[in-house]
Design a protein around this ligand. Structure first.
Ligand SMILES: CC(C)(COP(=O)(O)OP(=O)(O)OC[C@H]1O[C@@H](n2cnc3c(N)ncnc32)[C@H](O)[C@@H]1OP(=O)(O)O)[C@@H](O)C(=O)NCCC(=O)NCCS
Length: 164
């Protein structure tokens, strides 16, 4: 375990910032970890790079310790994706910090609805999201989920935050 991280769960220096190309490797380390546990869907390096402009990160010592992205289906509907916090500092408020930043970004862009598919709906409920039927997001199901290995037996829960 990384003792530096575990000793300091949240620091006032933890600022949320746009991701840059040098963050891709550490985003992928985090993603591979949670994908191997089945918590998150795997993404290729190419996919992360193609969507890098949507990622927000928190870094310590030039390493990403928390991140998430806000990706659009339409100008009105966006999704929180690849949300994760380094295992040593889960529960320290960084997930909230990332999602609050993504919500502010969504508001600035005039997005009406922010959704996510998740195994931790309770976390999203704390941030004002409600659980909904995932059938209300055909853009997600037929645009992305259809290519996922879990498509036939997806047990993720859909959550939604209405901004308008
Ligand atoms: C889910 C995750 C991003 C949350 O980030 P975090 O930094 O651990 O959570 P925070 O400390 O910001 O928690 C914010 C609130 O949500 C609650 N919460 C966090 N994780 C929770 C969980 N798994 N179940 C229930 N509540 C949870 C916290 O208790 C806190 O409540 P409070 O405001 O009343 O104190 C993080 O735990 C993680 O990376 N998990 C593994 C990957 C994953 O599942 N990502 C989500 C994909 S949609």
């Amino acid at each position: 375990m990384n003792t530096t991280l575990s000793a300091q769960s949240q620091s006032s220096d933890d600022i949320v910032q746009a991701a840059c190309k040098s963050d891709v490797a550490s985003i992928q380390v985090l993603l591979n970890h949670y994908a191997s546990l089945g918590d998150l869907l795997p993404r290729t390096k190419t996919d992360i790079i193609a969507n890098l402009e949507h990622f927000r990160v928190i870094k310590r010592n030039n390493t990403v310790i928390a991140c998430g992205s806000l990706e659009h289906f339409t100008p009105e509907l966006a999704e929180v994706r690849s949300l994760m916090v380094s295992a040593e500092i889960k529960g320290g408020g960084l997930g909230r910090k990332i999602v609050e930043n993504l919500i502010e970004t969504a508001k600035d862009r005039g997005v009406g609805r922010v959704m996510a598919l998740t195994y931790v709906p309770e976390f999203f409920h704390k941030l004002g999201f409600t659980t909904v039927n995932k059938d209300i997001f055909p853009e997600k199901i037929w645009g992305i989920c259809v290519n996922c290995y879990k498509f036939e037996n997806c047990d993720e829960i859909a959550v939604l935050l209405k901004l308008k």
